[in-house]
Design a protein. Structure first.
Length: 429
């Protein structure tokens, strides 16, 4: 079987396993050049010695009533970019995508975007009001919400500003910063439809305006079709209560649509016959085109992907040979059907292997296993979704949208892998 990366297309052949094993064992013994390094370790803990942790009893149960990650994973944290915003209260931090695998974002690592800091709500005083064009205005307690039939759905949330700093060219060195305004968790909550039906929609009900109970009082206009389709008032994420940062005790879930509409600390939903033209859909979250016109109500997050490893924060640290490339793909229009990857800046494309659940409007995990020959690489990934849409290059996006945009940058990302395994953010297309 050929070991050339160019001919290796599609799922790894199981017969490759023996070779992989030999390759990995070999890589551990041979210290490569530059960044590539030997396995290391304290000889006292290595075979044939009895390791330290095998000699003594460890901490018992309840040492940590709420479990935390290993102390050796301390670098796996959300990070912010100091110069990006003037205050901490209206700011953003980023999911450490390069450290994660699979498709679920752990609750403590979901990026945060607040316009007025975290509202410190208590569940007893929580109320959700529905008013406007309804037969009977209602006020629900959290317990009321929990008496409606509930659903479990896995969705990504992407801020429309994700990759916004990259619109004019490569800027931030790491997929955490270029693509980390996305997370994907399983929500438990009540379909919004049930709550609106309980209040009774008037025939001229065409829009809703969810409003947050935070100091920013964030609000957006959402068309009634979307509200009745797949929106959820969620109170759990990944099985446990929403984190305060994510809108505890309840937030709106607006699958596939820009994160700004997923109102946190949800306190009111007004029903109307026209959009409200709120701050967040006029001065913000619109896309200024070349001629001075702005695109508005650009709700859907189009198909996008990024290679999370290798990437600037996840350089290749082993010698040449067996290498796992992995990344994420998602689409606000449904499922991802295919992801292509290139190692040579687009000259040759290979179909990546999607592994794990393929759910609509959720993250998809892809892999491409190849033998790195130690030469420089230009890595890119390109997502296809079930509508037939293909992720565009950044040049193709700019041809249509100009250079003034911030939001909705789903262009193809390039990582430059150097011969020493280090990786840099570059732009070639
Ligand atoms: N009430 C309220 N809801 C809000 C916001 C906010 O500042 N206040 N920020 C919005 C924006 S711009 C985004 S991208 C998402 C971020 O959700 P997260 O903090 O759970 O990642 O929440 C949205 N909902
Ligand atoms: Mo956002």
């Amino acid at each position: 079987m050929s070991r050339s990366s160019k001919s290796h297309d599609g799922p790894a052949n199981p017969s490759r396993r023996g070779l992989l094993k030999a390759g990995i064992a070999g890589a551990g013994l041979v210290a490569g050049a530059g960044l590539a390094r030997a396995a290391g370790g304290d000889p006292a803990n290595l075979p044939p010695n009895v390791a330290d942790w095998s000699r003594y009893l460890g901490p018992g149960v309840d040492a940590a009533p709420y479990g935390m990650p290993s102390e050796h994973e301390a670098q796996v944290v959300r990070r912010s970019v100091e110069w990006l915003t003037a205050s901490r209260e209206s700011s953003i931090n980023f999911t450490p995508l390069h450290e994660l695998d699979g498709i679920i974002t752990p609750n403590g690592l979901c990026f945060e975007r607040h316009h007025g800091g975290v509202a410190e709500m208590n569940p007893t005083d929580y109320r959700l009001m529905i008013n406007g064009l309804v037969d009977k205005p209602l006020i629900f307690t959290l317990e009321d919400l929990k008496r409606f039939p509930r659903v479990n759905r896995l969705y990504f949330l992407e801020c429309a500003a994700n990759s916004g700093m990259e619109w004019r060219g490569a800027q931030l060195n790491g997929c955490q910063f270029t693509h980390g305004m996305v997370h994907c968790v399983m929500y438990t909550g009540v379909p919004l439809k049930y709550l609106l039906e309980e209040a009774g929609l008037k025939t001229n009900a065409k829009w809703i305006m969810p409003e947050g109970g935070d100091a920013a009082g964030m609000n957006r206009s959402v068309p009634i079709e979307k509200a009745l389709d797949d929106c959820i008032v969620a109170f759990k994420m990944n099985g446990e209560a929403l984190r305060p940062e994510q809108g505890y005790p309840a937030r709106l879930v607006v699958p596939g649509w820009e994160g700004n509409m997923w109102v946190k600390w949800l306190r009111r939903i007004e029903v109307g016959d026209m959009p409200w033209h709120a701050r967040e859909e006029t001065s913000k979250y619109t896309d200024l085109l070349e001629g001075g016109k702005a695109r508005r109500f650009t709700w859907v997050m189009d198909a996008k992907s990024v290679i999370t490893s290798p990437s600037p924060q996840a350089p290749i640290l082993h010698a040449k040979g067996a290498t796992v490339l992995t990344g994420l793909a998602w689409s606000g229009n449904g499922r991802i059907t295919r992801v292509d990857v290139t190692l040579d800046g687009g000259k040759n494309w290979h179909e990546a292997r999607i592994d794990g659940p393929s759910l609509p409007k959720a993250l998809h995990r892809f892999y491409f296993e190849f033998d790195w020959d130690g030469s420089e690489l230009l890595l890119q990934s390109r997502a296809h979704d079930e509508t037939g849409y293909v992720q565009p290059t950044k040049d193709a996006l700019r041809a249509v949208r100009g250079t003034n945009s911030i939001y909705h940058n789903n262009g193809i990302q390039t990582w430059y892998v150097k011969a020493d395994g280090g990786v840099e953010n570059v732009e070639i297309s």
